[in-house]
Each structure stands twice: as structure tokens, then as C-alpha cells.
Design a protein around this ligand. Structure first.
Ligand code: HDE
Length: 714
């Protein structure tokens, strides 16, 4: 196997163009003399139909849009590579996993699920985490989410789930939000969704950055080795920067201040050389262990606790190049869990099986033709040769008269590959069964792992789940739906249900009256087939499920942003000291001032403002620093500045001030709440102190200071 790291870029380069030093032409290559005026009968007369230049330009414009993805419409992507760190030939014959150091080009696309293409990045939602590997044996797509389980167990419920969460059909509201009646109506009748609900109500659903979230293949897959033996696996992506989130109040404000927050973050990180990186890991489950656990490996509402099966890291992915054209690459990329290479195969997870149908089908309506594999970003770098022909926008010019197999006129070509020559052969699992529309009894536990997830969270995380549920259900107008949800939540954790109920001014219904115990409400057909039950997890609490119990091994502030609040008279030494210290850590300080232009310094110099208080807001930064300034009393009178500081405090961020600027903190409304042990508030009378700067940077590495939050779970 040879390293293919740049192979996809070489492949794409044949389709790239730019207009530098070129004549403006029509699509037919005819040079255009006047692009500003249409052809008219007289300068004040009607336009002429004959104007082929105008017609071509307008026609093309009229057809510039294609349907957005039915789900995951809002997304951002980048190029990079995957490198093997631990080959696993004993488990899989997939070529791209065979040799340490082998690099395979990839394109990754991250997305929200429910919102439209133009919706905010910070919606409360699962995130898509799809990676296309351009391997020597063809395309492999690992189409994952940042949550390891899913709402439903069977593909037949997917259209219902999506109809329920999307804006309501009569008035197309709300956009990119699950906080509305139809979503919770559906969920309240689908107890199998409770595990996923715990995840989407947690801060996992509001990541700080695409670069700071995990990815999970969700389903159990199979790896197949040279001997044809199968091993079950679960795929995991682990971010190098750790898994971090924002808080819900912050997320909502970011949505207003910068709906492109995640897109911009990914773009800028790559442009500035802070290449996002993840490790790829697998949980390896020998075939003979298929029935060993209290959950079914085929049930996509269950995860395999890392306490039972640890994650083995096999490689790393680095994203190091932004796309040249969003539409051509990020929009037109077509992922498919059925794009596999020899050595990787499917399990019988009924959700995965349904996905195997859906993804080609959806590309046909979105990209418009079965030739979507020819679009440059989708094109395999392994040779493609078959008897598929024609169709809309066919690019390939197939020579010869033979387009069938078997043939003698074409010498039998293209010919089938033996397994030893890399021919794909499905795992020869024996299936001997009746055709049934039934769900396995082993899928009936709907609460065991919801409990496990909840019990694994810290108090801070639990309190965020309570608040999220209060928000979401608080937006539900139908009382019966809220009550049904409280009934379901009480099956997960009574204290959780009670705390949510307080926020809703409601009472948790007695267990006997919950829809579940009545066999779910009569309108739920599933209840007739299966009574949900709770199987306690053999693992009581799993640290891997909590973000806060998993601090990054080597805390880094690389690519983090600091707001440096300045007024005229600011200490130049203090500003430069902090800016330079941040640069050394690959982080960046931004000058925020009352107006754009320059801020005058105490050294008779001037520092350019990056933003004014009108264009910046603390929710767009990871920390706030107020360098010493004799003019800082002016800032205390500025409501935008005080809101800036209040938000930073409320969102548990690091706030630092030195010299006279400490006064600004003292005049903030939160000043009285600051406790001595709040390590996220750094005040130093000395100006531009090296120790202070280093403490500030170390505190930023902690991400947030949750102790500051009142009303914690207990
Ligand atoms: Fe998808 N999903 N999905 N999905 N999915 C799509 O395909 C579907 C599911 C995921 O960045 C669609 O090309 C069905 C689970 C991602 O382009 C569509 C079912 C997981 C992306 C589709 C599921 C995912 C999609 C829409 C249940 C996590 C975005 C556009 C049976 C493992 C990929 C498209 C990108 C996109 C169908 C459930 C992940 C309609 C029917 C579970 C990351 O084909």
C-alpha cells in the first residue's frame, strides 16, 4: 500500500479553475464584450430574445440551488488525512488499516440534524460527523454522529421522527429546534428514545466546537479479516482538544451574534494551522460474545460501556485543508453507510439496514442523477470500471460496444475480482428465519442505559439536563404531552422528573398512570407488540459518558479566543504581554474597544481595535481580560461592557483584570457573588505580571468554572 495523502487533491485539481488573467466568456467559451447591458431594441427599448448571453446567465442563475439534505442540511467540512497508528490486520483486511504510518485522504463533514441549510450552528441537536476515506480499494464512508445512540430502533420510524422534529408543517415553525409540541408528542410515545433524549438534553448537544466533540458510528459493524472471520466493532472518534460544550444560554446568544460560529471556528482553525485532530478507536467484540451482554449489540439505542469493552486506538485523522468551493465540495459530497471496502461489513441492526437503502435514494433527489459518484468530491481515487451507463450529466465517455457482463466481445472485461484480488464478498452469515414484522425481545429495555447515562453525569451536568428539559418542555403547549414526558422521565430517575416538574409547575404522574405502565398510550401501536422494560446496566456508572469527568490529558488553549477589553489610556505593556503570551500558546487575543479604529495607550501609542462592543459579545470568546487602564471608569458606564462581563461570569468563563481595571470587576453586578475559591476570576494589582498571565492561561485550560453556577443538582 502506498501513502495516498495528496492523491485526492491531485484528483480534484483537474476540475479546478480560477478566472485570473482570463477573458470573461459564455459557457460555450465565447468571449464577452459587454457584461453590463442586455441586448435591446434601442437604448430605451425592450430586450431581445436573441440575447443568448443574457439568457444563458439568467438560466444558470435560476437553477443554482439544489434541494438541501432532508436531514443534516446545515454543515461544514474540510479535507485531511487518516493515518494508521496501530494496524489491525488480525481483525480486518481493509487495506487502509494495514500499515502503521499509512495515510489515506479524507473529507469530513460536520452538521446539525434538524435545521435548514441557513440555520444556526448552535441549535440543541445531535451533530453529524461523516468521514469519507478515499482508499486504494474504493470509497469508505464512516457516517457517524457525536452521540453514540439513536432515538429509534427501526428505520421505519425515521420519517416519523424527522417529521416530528422538523418545523411544524402548518406554519413552518420553529426552525432548528426540538422545543415544540410535535417533537415531544412523538418522543413521549416512544420510550425507546429515552437514552438518546438524555444525550440531546445534555451539553453534548451544544458543542463548543466541531473540533471538540466525539464521533460514534452508533451501530455495531463487522470487521472481516483475511481468513473471512468476523469481529463486531463500535467506532469512536476522540478529539485531541477534549470534548467541550457551551451552556444553553450562551448557545442561544451565539445563535444571534454569530450563527456561523462552528463553521467559522473550523475554517479559522484550519487557516491558522491549528489543524483539528481526532483519534479513531474501536471497541472490539469477538463474534462469540454477541449475546454476552444485557443489551443487544444490534440495538442502536444502546452503547457498549467502555468499562466492559475498552476503546483501542487504531489511527488519527487530521483536517488540514479548507474546501476551495463550499457548493462543489461540502454541499455536493454524498455520504453513505453502505460505501464500504473489503474488510468492513454490516451488522443486522435494523436501523443500519434501513440506512443502507436511504442514502443512495436521497442523493438521487438531492444531486439529481445516479452519476453523483462522478462529482469530483465523490469520485473514488481507486479505478472505477463497470457497465453502468448514461443518465443525467454523465461525465465519463465509455469506449467500445460492450456494456454488459458476461461478454465475449469485450474479452470478458471488465472482469470480476477474486476475493484474493480484492473482490468484495459479503460476510457469509447464516440467516435462517421466518419473515416477520417484529422486534426482538432483547430490544425491550428502554430505560436501563438512560439511567446509566444520567447516573454517570456530574451534578453540574445533571443540572444542565434538568434545565434543558425545563426549557424544551416549557415550550410545549399541550399539557398532556408534558405530563407524559414527566412519566417517562420518572422511569429514568425520579429526582430528575421531580426537578423538571418544578420548572413546569406540574406534578410527576403516579407511576401507574404513566403511559408506559398502561402499555403506552393506546395510539402507540408499538405498545401492542412490546412492553418496555428496564434492565439495569451491569455498569452502574461510566466515566466515559461524562464530559466533565474526562478532562483533556494535556490541557491546551490552542485556537481559543480571548477578548481584551480596552479603553483609551490602556496599559500597552499589559496588552502586549497578554497578546504575546497567547500567541505562544497558539491562542489569540482580540482588542475590543468602544469604537473601531485605534485605542490610545498609556505609552502614547495606539492599538488597533478588532471589534467594538457593538460587533463583539463575550459569548464569542473563551475568556475575558481587562488590562489596566486609567480610563476604565468610562467602561463601567457602558452597558454593553457590563453585559459582556456579566455573560462571561454567568457562562463560567475565565475573567482576568489587573491594575485599576479591577475596579471594573468590582462594579459588575456579579462582584458580590465572587468567592475566594473561584479560580476562574483572576485579579492582580500588579500590571503586566508574568505570573498573572501564566495563571490566566492555565485557568483557560480548565475551560469553565462550573462551581460558579448556583442551584446545582443537589
Ligand atoms: Fe442519516 N441520513 N439516517 N443517520 N445521516 C442522512 O443522507 C437516515 C442516522 C447521518 O454530512 C441523509 O445524504 C435514515 C444515524 C449523517 O452529508 C439520509 C436513518 C446516524 C448524515 C439519511 C438515519 C446518521 C446523515 C440525508 C435511520 C448516525 C449527514 C442527506 C434509518 C450514525 C451526512 C444524506 C452528510 C444524512 C437517512 C439515521 C448520520 C436521508 C433513514 C443513526 C452524519 O439519507
Amino acid at each position: 500500500m502506498k501513502n495516498l495523502q495528496d492523491e485526492k487533491q491531485r484528483d480534484l485539481s483537474i476540475n479546478k479553475s480560477d478566472g485570473t488573467n482570463k477573458f470573461l466568456t459564455t459557457d460555450q467559451g465565447v468571449r464577452i464584450n459587454d457584461d453590463n447591458n442586455s441586448l435591446k431594441a434601442g437604448e430605451r427599448g425592450p430586450s431581445l430574445l436573441e440575447d443568448f448571453i443574457l439568457r444563458e446567465k439568467i438560466t444558470h442563475f435560476d437553477h443554482e440551488r439544489i434541494p438541501e439534505r432532508i436531514v443534516h442540511a446545515r454543515g461544514s467540512g474540510a479535507h485531511g488525512f487518516f493515518e494508521v497508528t496501530k494496524p489491525i490486520p488480525e481483525l480486518t483486511k481493509a487495506g487502509f488499516l494495514q500499515e502503521a504510518g499509512l495515510k489515506t485522504p479524507v473529507f469530513a463533514r460536520f452538521s446539525t440534524v434538524a435545521g435548514s441549510r441557513g440555520s444556526t450552528d448552535l441549535a440543541r441537536d445531535a451533530r453529524g460527523f461523516a468521514v469519507k476515506f478515499y482508499t486504494q480499494e474504493g470509497i469508505y464512508d464512516l457516517v457517524s454522529n457525536n452521540i453514540p445512540v439513536f432515538f429509534i430502533q427501526d428505520a421505519s420510524k425515521f420519517p416519523d421522527l424527522v417529521h416530528a422534529v422538523k418545523p411544524e408543517p402548518h406554519n413552518e415553525m420553529p426552525q432548528a429546534a426540538s422545543a415544540h409540541d410535535t417533537f415531544w408528542d412523538f418522543i413521549s410515545l416512544m420510550p425507546e428514545s429515552m437514552h438518546m433524549i438524555m444525550w440531546v438534553m445534555s451539553d453534548r448537544a451544544i458543542p463548543r466546537s466541531y473540533r471538540m466533540m466525539e464521533g460514534f458510528g452508533v451501530h455495531t459493524f463487522r470487521l472481516i479479516n483475511e481468513a473471512g472471520e468476523s469481529t463486531f466493532v463500535k467506532f469512536h472518534w476522540k478529539p485531541k482538544l477534549g470534548t467541550h460544550a457551551v451552556v444553553w444560554d450562551e448557545a442561544q446568544k451565539i445563535s444571534g451574534k454569530n450563527p456561523d460560529f462552528h463553521r467559522q471556528d473550523l475554517w479559522e482553525a484550519i487557516e491558522t494551522g491549528n489543524f483539528p485532530e481526532w483519534e479513531l478507536g474501536v471497541q472490539i467484540i469477538p463474534a462469540e460474545d454477541e449475546h454476552k451482554y444485557e443489551f443487544d449489540l444490534l440495538d442502536p439505542t444502546k452503547l457498549v460501556p467502555e468499562e466492559l469493552v475498552p476503546v483501542t486506538i487504531v489511527g488519527r485523522m487530521v483536517l488540514n485543508k479548507n474546501p476551495d468551493n463550499f457548493f462543489a465540495e461540502t454541499e455536493q459530497i454524498a455520504f453513505h453507510p453502505g460505501h464500504v471496502v473489503p474488510g468492513i461489513d454490516f451488522s443486522n441492526d435494523p436501523l443500519l439496514q434501513g440506512r443502507l437503502f436511504s442514502y443512495t435514494d436521497t442523493q438521487l433527489s438531492r444531486l439529481g442523477s445516479p452519476n453523483f459518484h462522478e462529482i469530483p468530491i465523490n469520485r473514488s481515487i481507486a479505478p472505477v470500471s463497470n457497465n453502468q451507463r448514461d443518465g443525467h450529466m454523465r461525465q465519463e465517455i465509455n469506449k467500445g460496444r460492450v456494456s454488459y457482463h458476461p461478454n465475449s466481445l469485450g474479452g470478458g472485461c471488465p472482469y470480476q475480482a477474486q476475493i484474493s484480488e480484492g473482490g468484495f464478498a459479503s460476510f457469509n452469515e447464516r440467516v435462517d428465519a421466518h419473515k416477520v414484522r417484529e422486534r426482538s425481545e432483547s430490544f425491550a429495555d428502554h430505560f436501563g442505559q438512560a439511567k446509566l447515562f444520567f447516573n454517570s453525569q456530574t451534578d453540574t451536568e445533571k443540572s444542565h439536563i434538568v434545565k434543558a428539559l425545563r426549557f424544551e418542555l416549557g415550550k410545549v403547549e399541550t399539557t398532556a404531552i408534558r405530563v407524559r414526558m414527566l412519566g417517562l422521565l420518572s422511569q429514568v430517575d425520579m429526582q430528575l422528573a421531580e426537578k423538571v416538574a418544578i420548572g413546569l409547575g406540574a406534578i410527576v404522574p403516579p407511576v401507574l398512570e404513566t403511559p408506559i405502565n398502561k402499555g403506552v398510550s393506546p395510539e402507540n401501536e408499538m405498545s401492542r407488540k412490546q412492553e418496555p422494560k428496564t434492565v439495569d446496566s451491569s455498569v452502574a456508572s461510566s466515566d466515559a459518558l461524562s464530559m466533565l469527568k474526562n478532562p483533556t490529558n494535556s490541557p491546551t488553549i490552542a485556537s481559543r479566543k480571548v477578548a481584551i477589553i480596552c479603553a483609551d489610556g490602556v496599559s500597552e505593556a499589559a496588552v502586549m504581554n497578554m497578546k504575546n503570551a497567547l500567541i505562544k500558546e497558539d491562542a489569540k487575543g482580540f482588542i475590543i474597544a468602544p469604537h473601531l479604529g485605534s485605542v490610545l495607550t498609556d505609552a502614547d501609542g495606539a492599538i488597533a481595535a478588532d471589534f467594538s462592543f457593538l460587533t463583539a459579545s463575550s459569548v464569542l470568546f473563551d475568556a475575558v481580560y481587562i488590562p489596566h487602564s486609567q480610563g476604565c471608569s468610562i467602561l463601567a458606564k457602558n452597558e454593553d461592557v457590563m453585559e459582556f462581563l456579566n455573560d462571561a461570569y454567568k457562562h463560567c468563563k475565565v475573567i482576568g483584570a489587573d491594575g485599576e481595571s479591577i475596579e471594573l470587576i468590582n462594579s459588575a453586578s456579579f462582584a458580590l457573588k465572587i468567592t475566594n475559591d473561584d479560580a476562574g476570576i483572576l485579579l492582580n494589582s500588579a500590571i503586566a505580571s508574568e505570573t498573572f498571565t501564566q495563571n490566566f492561561i492555565a485557568a483557560m485550560g480548565e475551560h469553565r468554572f462550573w462551581e460558579r453556577e448556583t442551584n446545582l443538582y443537589n
